[in-house]
Design a protein around this ligand. Structure first.
Ligand SMILES: Nc1ncnc2c1ncn2[C@@H]1O[C@H](COP(=O)(O)OP(=O)(O)O)[C@@H](O)[C@H]1O
Ligand SMILES: [Mg+2]
Length: 460
């Protein structure tokens, strides 16, 4: 790149801004120093900024909020978040909000400059857009069976009911079925029955005419009309109220429906796909779900197995998602065989959704090289139920610094508590405790020694 690049430094520590600015100027950048979020937003409106260096803690907003406000405005800008040392949560959040990279304070100037150069080179603006097609990984026999059945009914208009725990891929499969079917060029309309209040469900599904009720200022199409010639996906169907169940049954049987406030029927050429994580047979037995509707929906009924019942899929899923993440973030992260084995052995209560989430976090936190066994510790809830909680979940609220206590001391307390907790959970085994905490045994011993010394200091 031959043009001079402009870096905006957004940090309320003025002295730090000056030092960074001085260094960057020597490196050939133009710099602008800003000390709060609103000023940053105003300048972005009128100047071309190539890189924005954002401190997480700004006087008027957090760095994440600033990122949010920038979203959609300047898509080509490289953004780098400066977070407090060890604050993994903020780093992860920043990357998810679209930051190009993050750095932990205190940061060495050389690292800062290198990161800016690197981020400019691999700016996501130049990277290919990540694929948004619902790509489905299938390796285990159990999933192959599921796909076999689906392939047999793909081309028909049979309604399909997908059952299974949350996160096993019901939504992803519904999209895939539609894409593979002969309705693929037509709309795929999805509705989450759990997210819509009962009073709005009917108008959402069937639409309404102008004047049908107070506030209906214009005629609106419902999901069935929008899905015409395509597929409708009724997600969380177990949550649908009885009154709407009757109407739904009617549309399926008659292939026609009536808008609210209308007196004429409209035809509905729609293929029905539905899903639930509830035990729908039990709901039928309890009379919470109409039996006749159930039989209409489950012309084909498939249980999507949980991830722990099809562990053969895990290594392929890991590989698939690492490849996608590497593409998205322009990195080249791999995983060690040991780490992959540990992921395969883990029971995944949140199924693929949890796996994807964990991989995203590991990928964001790893700068280069391979994800190792030791990196996994804090991301997996080992020993069912006794998950090592994140500090944000458990301790930050209870360890509020004493009036005269600095932040550093408070953080050390949090660290100390987590270490003691890990030791308690592993029966005092330092190697295992360190593994859980995602630190080396050496670091753990060092920290324990430091803790002991500080206790001694206190008691004097
Ligand atoms: N077979 C699969 N291959 C790759 N990714 C999958 C697969 N099944 C699900 N996923 C991904 O896992 C996550 C959760 O899947 P989703 O379909 O939302 O689960 P559910 O609807 O059962 O709660 C999504 O990000 C989805 O893309
Ligand atoms: Mg779903």
């Amino acid at each position: 790149m031959s043009t001079i690049q402009t870096v905006m430094i957004v940090d309320d520590e003025q002295q730090l801004c000056r030092i960074i600015s001085h260094k960057l100027k020597k490196e050939g950048f133009r710099t602008i120093q800003v000390h709060n979020g609103l000023d940053a937003l105003q300048i972005v409106e009128r100047e071309t900024i190539d890189v924005m260096l954002i401190d997480y803690m700004l006087p008027d907003m957090t760095g994440i909020e600033l990122l949010c406000k920038l979203k959609g405005q300047k898509t080509n800008m490289v953004t780098i978040m400066l977070t407090a040392y060890g604050n993994v949560e903020n780093a992860v959040q920043a990357m998810k909000m679209g930051a190009t990279d993050y750095l932990c304070k205190p940061v060495e100037l050389k690292t800062l400059v290198d990161t800016i150069h690197q981020a400019c080179r691999s700016s996501r603006a130049n990277a290919p857009a990540p694929s948004t097609l619902a790509d489905i990984v299938v390796a285990s026999d159990k999933m192959k069976e599921v796909i076999d059945v689906l392939q047999q009914v793909m081309e028909t208009d049979a309604s399909i009911l997908l059952l299974g725990e949350s996160g096993v891929g019901k939504t992803a499969l519904a999209k895939w079925i539609h894409q593979q079917s002969n309705r693929s060029g037509k709309p795929f309309v999805s509705i989450n029955c759990a997210a819509i209040p009962e009073t709005l469900m009917e108008s959402e599904l069937f639409g309404y005419r102008k004047g049908a009720f107070t506030g209906a200022s214009e005629t609106r199409a419902g999901k069935f009309e929008m899905a015409d010639k395509g597929s409708i996906f009724l997600d969380e169907i177990g949550e649908i109220p009885p009154a709407v169940q009757a109407k739904l049954l009617h549309v399926i049987e008659e292939k026609r429906f009536m808008k609210l406030g209308s007196t004429t029927y409209q035809t509905a050429d729609v293929r029905i796909l539905a899903a639930t994580n509830k035990d729908i047979r039990q709901l039928v037995r309890d009379k919470a779900f109409r039996e006749d509707l159930y039989y209409r929906l489950n012309v084909v009924e498939l249980v999507i197995p949980s991830l722990r019942e099809r562990t053969a899929d895990i290594p392929l899923l890991v590989e698939h998602y690492l490849r996608k993440l590497n593409e998205k973030y322009q990195k080249d992260i791999t995983i060690s065989a040991e780490a992959c084995e540990a992921l395969t052995a883990y029971p995944w209560p949140g199924n693929i959704r949890e796996l994807v989430n964990v991989l995203e976090r590991l990928h964001i936190l790893k700068r280069s090289g391979a994800i190792e066994r030791a990196d996994l510790g804090q991301h997996l809830h080992t020993d069912q139920g006794s998950r090592l909680k994140e500090p944000s979940e458990q301790h930050l609220l209870t360890i509020i610094p004493d009036r005269n206590e600095g932040l550093q001391d408070a953080l050390e307390k949090v660290e100390g508590t987590l270490i003691q907790q890990a030791l308690a959970q592993t029966g005092g085994n330092q190697t295992k405790a360190a593994e859980r905490l995602g630190i080396s045994r050496h670091t753990l011993i060092y920290k324990l020694k430091k803790q002991k010394e500080s206790y001694k200091g206190e008691s004097v």
